[in-house]
Design a protein around this ligand. Structure first.
Ligand code: HEM
Length: 482
């Protein structure tokens, strides 16, 4: 039998544990310790970088399938260690979070988002989180659910026309518009829906600039003053957000009424002046595309799975009996909730996020040298066959099954975890559940022929091909027969 150092039960190849001839104790230097993470072989960088660039989501799945839950990736210009093992993720986010800083891969976010909730390290971050957190209390979320009801009701005007004509249409724009309205209200007390198209494009341009800052020739090689289409788009998006934020600030200063939404809380605080624009740009970018696209994926999957769709219809008919939902109704809609959970499992908008280790550490039996970049792949964790049966299938019932509680906590983390868990989670989940319930209450969803197999693509977020110009098509039939 050949022994390799891949087997966790064995010491590294060639190391035979020395025993004390008297006590039989194993010499500590030779005790099988943590292993070095292994990964794809080949020239450092080039092939792997291209592979990852072409199809990052598939690449992430393959790393896990072929090399396990802690994998070393020799990527150019920066190698990283992908983790998908729940035990390893838990240690990074909860067990030893002080050892893991936002790190090098979060630096590109600074240029667009500035120094705010997402980008700051724990010491500076704490004060920002304390100030902004009250914008997400249950009372504020109740208001956002009411805003969602109003926004979805308005959407029905145009969707009724599509239903009358039995015409399919693209779902991405209306879903993003809905999200722009709800996020605008929650963060700055204004709907951004009238400027939805501009807003969506500005968010997409912001995320593009962050991505290019990580990896692109256009940021690394070409000078920034060159008026390429990309540089113009980036400046325009930055100007758009700064104008919106400046006008909110001026309005509140003029009236002296600051309010208790995110903008008001920051303005009333003793955080530095830059905290207002930096945190609002951060939350516009972090909150709107993620929530809008999650809604689009949820409705798409329901149209694709008539049996699940019928379960949702039965539940909303029974519980709501024709009323519009309130925040208090949501707890009585477990099927709807499981549709949201399952959508975020298959399409976790923030599909991976990084940390840099300060000191050496051990993650699930693997040594992590100081300064390593650790990448939590939420996408591959959510599709790990060790924890999920038929991992690529849309099956919300898995979240209602009693066995769900046996799954390790960090096998599912669409909002991250620990103290840096997404601040918008208490808002995003009820907004999604309310919108899904209302749409299924009014319409039967269907897919036009040939649109059943849309594969997600990964960038900073997960999105359908053609985004932001569309990519998920849907048809509707009124359920009341009108
Ligand atoms: C379906 C919707 C959403 C998903 C899947 C999502 C996902 C995530 C994830 C995975 C993280 C953790 C990143 C890390 O630890 O490095 C995060 C952080 C964050 N998200 Fe979300 N998010 C969503 C909606 C929102 C919304 C609605 C907002 C704001 C209105 C928001 C604002 C933020 C902020 C500010 C952080 C940084 C929090 C901190 O470190 O204190 N997100 N999000």
């Amino acid at each position: 039998m050949t022994m390799t150092n891949q087997d966790p039960a064995l010491p590294p190849t060639g190391a035979v544990p020395a025993r004390c001839p008297v006590t039989g104790a194993v010499a500590s230097a030779d005790v099988p310790g943590p292993r070095r993470p292994e990964g794809p072989k080949g020239l450092p960088g080039v092939g792997i970088t291209m592979d990852m660039g072409r199809a990052p989501l598939d690449f992430s799945l393959r790393l896990q399938r072929d090399h396990g839950g802690v994998v070393r990736v020799r990527l150019w210009p920066r190698p990283f260690i992908q983790i998908t093992e729940p035990e390893a993720i838990e240690r990074v986010l909860v067990g030893n979070p002080g050892n893991y800083r936002r790190g090098r891969l979060y630096e590109p976010f600074h240029q667009f988002m500035g120094k705010g909730l997402l980008t700051l390290d724990d010491d500076e971050w704490r004060a920002h989180r304390r100030v902004v957190q009250p914008a997400f209390t249950p009372q504020k979320v109740r208001e956002s659910v009411e805003e969602t009801v109003a926004a979805v009701t308005d959407l029905f005007d145009s969707w009724d026309v599509e239903a009358d004509r039995q015409r399919s249409f693209d779902l991405v724009r209306p879903a993003m518009s809905l999200s722009a309205r709800i996020m605008g209200k929650a963060l700055i007390g204004r709907s951004l829906a009238s400027r939805e198209r501009t807003f969506t494009r500005a968010v997409a341009a912001g995320l593009e600039s962050i991505f290019k800052n990580v990896s692109s020739v256009e940021e690394y090689v070409l000078p920034r003053w060159l008026p390429t289409a990309y540089q113009r788009r980036k400046r325009w998006a930055r100007r758009f957000f700064d104008q919106v934020i400046a006008s909110v600030k001026a309005e509140r200063q003029a009236t002296g009424e600051f309010g208790d939404d995110a903008a008001g809380l920051i303005m009333k605080s003793d955080l530095p002046e830059s905290a207002l624009p930096d945190n609002l740009r951060t939350m516009f970018l972090a909150g709107s595309e993620t929530t809008g696209l999650s809604l689009a994926w949820a409705l798409y999957e329901l149209a694709r799975h008539p049996s699940v769709r019928r379960e949702v219809e039965r539940e909303v008919d029974e519980v709501l009996a024709g009323r519009t939902p309130t925040f208090d109704d949501l707890a009585a809609l477990p099927v709807v909730q499981s549709v949201v959970d399952e959508t975020l499992r298959l399409y976790p908008s923030v599909w991976q996020f990084p940390r840099d280790a300060v000191e050496p550490d051990e993650l699930a039996g693997h040594e992590i040298p100081a300064t390593s970049t650790v990448m939590v792949s939420v996408y591959a964790t959510h599709r790990n066959p060790a924890y999920w049966d038929a991992p690529n299938s849309f099956d919300p019932s898995r979240f209602r099954d009693p066995s769900a509680k046996d799954r390790p906590k960090f096998a599912y983390l669409p909002f991250g975890g620990g103290r840096r868990q997404c601040i918008g989670k208490p808002l995003a989940v009820p907004v999604l559940a309310t919108a899904v319930a209302m749409v299924c209450q009014r319409y039967r969803l269907w897919l036009p022929y040939g649109t059943e197999n849309v594969s997600p693509e990964g960038f900073i977020t997960i999105f359908p091909p053609k985004f932001p110009d569309g990519g998920l098509t849907l048809g509707l039939t009124r359920r009341d027969g009108r």
